[in-house]
Design a protein. Structure first.
Length: 166
């Protein structure tokens, strides 16, 4: 919590104080969750959060409350979520192709043109797009990669492999 407060207030490692008087000097409207976290003990926060909605608990304390992930109190950074989303989207198609079809289909064109391989390769482009944001943190680079990968995904589903759509 204290590290998050330091980041929010743009205070680095040189910060010596971590008590309530240090945080009391911050802008109350911008950092109300910081002051709330410093004023209450964890038991009080947990008790209050149990009766709040997801949005209320985030507004007041900067924490999330989820029944699916009870130990997840704050969301990871967006690049981490992007990488996770890419892996989650690609894995089912890759698993399906490699487990069910890759070793059963005859080598050559039949294997290359099979729908499962096309989906596996298409979702490799999806994961590449997500990882482009995860590794760079740049929305411009992400959008450029998304456009290139969208064209590649489109070409994976052309009727003939290796033939232009023109």
């Amino acid at each position: 919590v204290i590290e998050r407060a330091r980041e929010a207030m743009e205070v680095g490692d040189s910060c010596a104080g971590t008590d309530t008087s240090f945080f009391a000097s911050s802008d109350e409207a911008s950092f109300s969750w910081t002051q709330n976290m410093m004023e209450y003990d964890p038991a009080t926060i947990a008790q209050e959060m149990s009766s709040m909605s997801f949005y209320e608990s985030y507004e007041k304390f900067g924490c999330i409350r989820s029944t699916m992930f009870p130990s997840l109190h704050a969301l990871p950074p967006l690049p981490v979520l992007a990488a996770t989303a890419g892996f989650i989207l690609h894995t089912p198609f890759s698993f399906m192709y490699h487990w069910k079809y890759a070793h059963r289909l005859p080598p050559g064109l039949a294997r290359i043109e099979h729908w499962s391989r096309r989906f596996d390769n298409a979702f490799i482009h999806v994961i590449s797009t997500c990882v482009s944001y995860a590794t760079s943190g740049s929305w411009k680079y992400f959008l450029a990669c998304a456009m290139v990968n969208a064209d590649c995904i489109y070409r994976h589903f052309l009727p003939k492999v290796g033939v232009s759509d023109k």
